[in-house]
Design a protein around this ligand. Structure first.
Ligand SMILES: Cc1cc2nc3c(=O)[nH]c(=O)nc-3n(C[C@H](O)[C@H](O)[C@H](O)COP(=O)(O)O)c2cc1C
Length: 204
Protein backbone atom coordinates (compact mmCIF):
# COMPACT_ATOMS: atom_id res chain seq x y z
CA UNK A 1 0.00 0.00 0.00
CA UNK A 2 1.24 3.49 -0.82
CA UNK A 3 1.30 5.41 2.45
CA UNK A 4 3.02 8.50 1.04
CA UNK A 5 1.49 11.72 2.39
CA UNK A 6 0.13 14.13 -0.23
CA UNK A 7 2.41 17.00 -1.21
CA UNK A 8 0.42 20.15 -0.56
CA UNK A 9 2.57 22.51 -2.59
CA UNK A 10 1.85 25.86 -4.20
CA UNK A 11 -0.22 25.36 -7.33
CA UNK A 12 1.96 27.82 -9.25
CA UNK A 13 4.37 25.91 -11.46
CA UNK A 14 2.27 22.73 -11.49
CA UNK A 15 0.66 22.94 -14.93
CA UNK A 16 -2.00 20.32 -14.22
CA UNK A 17 -3.17 21.86 -10.97
CA UNK A 18 -2.95 25.38 -12.38
CA UNK A 19 -5.25 24.17 -15.15
CA UNK A 20 -7.70 22.70 -12.63
CA UNK A 21 -7.77 25.94 -10.64
CA UNK A 22 -8.35 27.99 -13.79
CA UNK A 23 -11.13 25.64 -14.91
CA UNK A 24 -12.84 25.81 -11.51
CA UNK A 25 -12.97 29.61 -11.62
CA UNK A 26 -14.10 29.58 -15.25
CA UNK A 27 -16.97 27.23 -14.33
CA UNK A 28 -17.94 29.44 -11.38
CA UNK A 29 -17.68 32.65 -13.45
CA UNK A 30 -19.89 31.11 -16.13
CA UNK A 31 -22.31 30.14 -13.36
CA UNK A 32 -22.63 33.75 -12.22
CA UNK A 33 -22.86 35.18 -15.76
CA UNK A 34 -26.27 35.98 -17.29
CA UNK A 35 -28.05 32.91 -18.68
CA UNK A 36 -28.01 29.38 -17.39
CA UNK A 37 -24.92 27.23 -17.02
CA UNK A 38 -24.51 24.00 -15.04
CA UNK A 39 -22.86 26.07 -12.32
CA UNK A 40 -25.54 28.78 -12.07
CA UNK A 41 -27.08 26.95 -9.14
CA UNK A 42 -25.18 25.43 -6.25
CA UNK A 43 -26.22 23.57 -3.16
CA UNK A 44 -25.26 25.47 -0.02
CA UNK A 45 -24.75 23.54 3.20
CA UNK A 46 -24.75 25.16 6.62
CA UNK A 47 -24.57 23.82 10.14
CA UNK A 48 -28.10 23.94 11.55
CA UNK A 49 -28.79 25.62 14.88
CA UNK A 50 -29.38 22.17 16.40
CA UNK A 51 -26.15 20.88 14.85
CA UNK A 52 -27.70 18.96 11.97
CA UNK A 53 -26.62 19.57 8.37
CA UNK A 54 -28.85 21.87 6.30
CA UNK A 55 -28.71 22.15 2.52
CA UNK A 56 -30.53 24.15 -0.15
CA UNK A 57 -30.03 25.57 -3.62
CA UNK A 58 -28.78 29.11 -4.20
CA UNK A 59 -28.02 31.03 -7.39
CA UNK A 60 -24.45 32.21 -7.91
CA UNK A 61 -24.53 35.97 -8.37
CA UNK A 62 -20.93 37.13 -8.43
CA UNK A 63 -17.58 35.40 -8.58
CA UNK A 64 -14.19 36.99 -8.02
CA UNK A 65 -11.18 34.79 -8.65
CA UNK A 66 -8.72 37.40 -7.33
CA UNK A 67 -10.30 37.56 -3.87
CA UNK A 68 -11.55 33.95 -3.95
CA UNK A 69 -15.10 35.10 -3.23
CA UNK A 70 -18.49 34.00 -4.47
CA UNK A 71 -21.81 35.67 -3.72
CA UNK A 72 -25.47 34.78 -3.50
CA UNK A 73 -28.57 36.76 -2.53
CA UNK A 74 -30.99 35.81 0.16
CA UNK A 75 -33.57 36.95 2.71
CA UNK A 76 -32.09 38.09 6.03
CA UNK A 77 -35.08 36.50 7.75
CA UNK A 78 -34.32 33.02 6.34
CA UNK A 79 -33.06 30.17 8.49
CA UNK A 80 -29.73 30.01 6.66
CA UNK A 81 -28.83 33.51 7.87
CA UNK A 82 -29.36 32.59 11.52
CA UNK A 83 -27.26 29.48 10.87
CA UNK A 84 -24.46 31.47 9.23
CA UNK A 85 -24.53 34.02 12.05
CA UNK A 86 -24.09 31.16 14.53
CA UNK A 87 -21.47 29.36 12.42
CA UNK A 88 -20.08 30.97 9.25
CA UNK A 89 -18.44 27.77 7.99
CA UNK A 90 -20.30 26.69 4.85
CA UNK A 91 -19.89 24.27 1.97
CA UNK A 92 -21.21 24.34 -1.58
CA UNK A 93 -21.45 21.77 -4.30
CA UNK A 94 -22.26 22.25 -7.97
CA UNK A 95 -21.86 19.91 -10.91
CA UNK A 96 -21.97 19.62 -14.66
CA UNK A 97 -23.79 16.31 -14.83
CA UNK A 98 -23.30 16.01 -18.60
CA UNK A 99 -19.55 16.36 -18.28
CA UNK A 100 -19.41 14.48 -14.97
CA UNK A 101 -17.59 17.28 -13.23
CA UNK A 102 -18.20 18.15 -9.60
CA UNK A 103 -16.87 21.19 -7.74
CA UNK A 104 -17.08 21.29 -3.97
CA UNK A 105 -16.17 24.43 -2.05
CA UNK A 106 -15.65 25.24 1.59
CA UNK A 107 -15.45 28.72 2.98
CA UNK A 108 -16.50 31.37 5.44
CA UNK A 109 -19.69 33.32 4.83
CA UNK A 110 -20.29 36.95 5.69
CA UNK A 111 -23.57 38.80 5.35
CA UNK A 112 -23.89 42.27 3.86
CA UNK A 113 -27.05 43.99 5.09
CA UNK A 114 -26.23 47.56 4.06
CA UNK A 115 -23.97 49.71 1.92
CA UNK A 116 -23.06 50.05 -1.76
CA UNK A 117 -22.60 46.31 -2.49
CA UNK A 118 -26.12 45.55 -1.30
CA UNK A 119 -27.53 48.61 -3.06
CA UNK A 120 -26.05 47.73 -6.45
CA UNK A 121 -27.10 44.07 -6.09
CA UNK A 122 -30.68 45.14 -5.33
CA UNK A 123 -30.78 47.69 -8.15
CA UNK A 124 -29.48 45.10 -10.64
CA UNK A 125 -32.05 42.47 -9.56
CA UNK A 126 -35.09 41.72 -11.66
CA UNK A 127 -38.49 42.60 -10.19
CA UNK A 128 -39.55 38.97 -10.11
CA UNK A 129 -36.56 38.15 -7.88
CA UNK A 130 -37.44 40.97 -5.49
CA UNK A 131 -41.00 39.73 -4.93
CA UNK A 132 -39.71 37.28 -2.32
CA UNK A 133 -38.29 40.03 -0.15
CA UNK A 134 -41.58 41.94 -0.18
CA UNK A 135 -43.48 39.13 1.46
CA UNK A 136 -44.41 40.18 5.01
CA UNK A 137 -44.25 36.54 6.07
CA UNK A 138 -40.88 35.35 7.32
CA UNK A 139 -39.69 32.43 5.13
CA UNK A 140 -40.72 29.18 6.79
CA UNK A 141 -43.78 30.68 8.55
CA UNK A 142 -46.50 28.05 8.99
CA UNK A 143 -49.58 28.83 6.84
CA UNK A 144 -52.88 27.04 6.26
CA UNK A 145 -52.61 26.84 2.48
CA UNK A 146 -50.19 27.94 -0.29
CA UNK A 147 -52.28 30.97 -1.32
CA UNK A 148 -51.66 32.51 2.11
CA UNK A 149 -47.93 32.55 1.36
CA UNK A 150 -48.11 34.73 -1.77
CA UNK A 151 -46.44 38.14 -1.69
CA UNK A 152 -49.67 40.08 -2.20
CA UNK A 153 -50.05 43.62 -3.58
CA UNK A 154 -47.90 45.38 -6.17
CA UNK A 155 -45.09 47.32 -4.49
CA UNK A 156 -45.63 51.07 -4.15
CA UNK A 157 -41.88 51.63 -4.26
CA UNK A 158 -39.10 49.60 -5.93
CA UNK A 159 -37.32 49.58 -2.57
CA UNK A 160 -40.18 47.73 -0.88
CA UNK A 161 -38.57 44.73 0.81
CA UNK A 162 -35.05 46.18 0.63
CA UNK A 163 -34.62 45.71 4.38
CA UNK A 164 -35.18 41.94 3.97
CA UNK A 165 -32.58 41.55 1.23
CA UNK A 166 -28.94 40.73 1.83
CA UNK A 167 -25.86 39.72 -0.08
CA UNK A 168 -23.91 36.77 1.28
CA UNK A 169 -20.25 36.57 0.37
CA UNK A 170 -18.36 33.32 0.76
CA UNK A 171 -14.62 33.53 1.04
CA UNK A 172 -13.55 30.21 -0.48
CA UNK A 173 -10.80 28.43 1.46
CA UNK A 174 -10.92 24.89 -0.04
CA UNK A 175 -11.79 23.48 -3.45
CA UNK A 176 -12.37 19.82 -4.23
CA UNK A 177 -12.38 19.12 -7.99
CA UNK A 178 -13.63 15.81 -9.36
CA UNK A 179 -13.60 14.93 -13.03
CA UNK A 180 -15.19 11.58 -13.79
CA UNK A 181 -15.26 12.25 -17.53
CA UNK A 182 -11.69 11.27 -18.31
CA UNK A 183 -10.62 7.67 -18.86
CA UNK A 184 -8.61 7.99 -15.70
CA UNK A 185 -10.78 9.81 -13.19
CA UNK A 186 -9.14 12.88 -11.68
CA UNK A 187 -9.55 14.59 -8.33
CA UNK A 188 -7.65 17.53 -6.90
CA UNK A 189 -7.68 19.23 -3.54
CA UNK A 190 -6.81 22.94 -3.40
CA UNK A 191 -6.42 25.20 -0.39
CA UNK A 192 -6.20 28.97 -0.23
CA UNK A 193 -2.81 30.15 1.00
CA UNK A 194 -2.59 33.93 1.32
CA UNK A 195 -3.48 35.32 -2.08
CA UNK A 196 -2.55 32.06 -3.83
CA UNK A 197 -3.44 28.40 -3.69
CA UNK A 198 -1.71 25.20 -2.59
CA UNK A 199 -2.89 21.86 -3.78
CA UNK A 200 -2.40 18.25 -4.66
CA UNK A 201 -3.89 15.47 -6.73
CA UNK A 202 -5.81 12.98 -4.61
CA UNK A 203 -7.28 9.57 -5.27
CA UNK A 204 -10.81 9.93 -6.62
C1 LIG B 1 -33.56 26.76 -8.51
C2 LIG B 1 -33.56 27.37 -7.14
C3 LIG B 1 -32.77 28.47 -6.88
C4 LIG B 1 -32.78 29.07 -5.62
N1 LIG B 1 -31.99 30.15 -5.38
C5 LIG B 1 -32.01 30.75 -4.16
C6 LIG B 1 -31.16 31.85 -3.86
O1 LIG B 1 -30.36 32.32 -4.68
N2 LIG B 1 -31.23 32.39 -2.62
C7 LIG B 1 -32.08 31.90 -1.67
O2 LIG B 1 -32.09 32.43 -0.57
N3 LIG B 1 -32.88 30.85 -1.91
C8 LIG B 1 -32.86 30.26 -3.13
N4 LIG B 1 -33.67 29.18 -3.38
C9 LIG B 1 -34.55 28.68 -2.31
C10 LIG B 1 -33.71 27.89 -1.31
O3 LIG B 1 -33.29 26.67 -1.91
C11 LIG B 1 -34.44 27.64 0.04
O4 LIG B 1 -35.61 26.91 -0.18
C12 LIG B 1 -34.78 28.95 0.74
O5 LIG B 1 -33.75 29.92 0.59
C13 LIG B 1 -35.01 28.70 2.22
O6 LIG B 1 -33.86 28.14 2.76
P1 LIG B 1 -33.53 28.16 4.33
O7 LIG B 1 -34.84 27.94 5.05
O8 LIG B 1 -32.58 27.03 4.53
O9 LIG B 1 -32.93 29.49 4.67
C14 LIG B 1 -33.63 28.54 -4.61
C15 LIG B 1 -34.39 27.41 -4.89
C16 LIG B 1 -34.37 26.84 -6.13
C17 LIG B 1 -35.24 25.64 -6.39
Amino acid sequence: MNTRQPQIKPVTGNTGLEQVLATVWTCLREGAAPGRSPFSIAQLATVGIEGTAKVRYVILRRVCEETGEITFHTDVRSAKIAEINANPNVSLVAADLEKNIQIRLEGTASIITDGPVKRSAWDASRDRSLVLYRNPLVPGTVIDNPADGQAGNQPTDRDDGYENFCVTVISVTCIDWLDLSADGHERASLMRAGSGWRGTWVAP
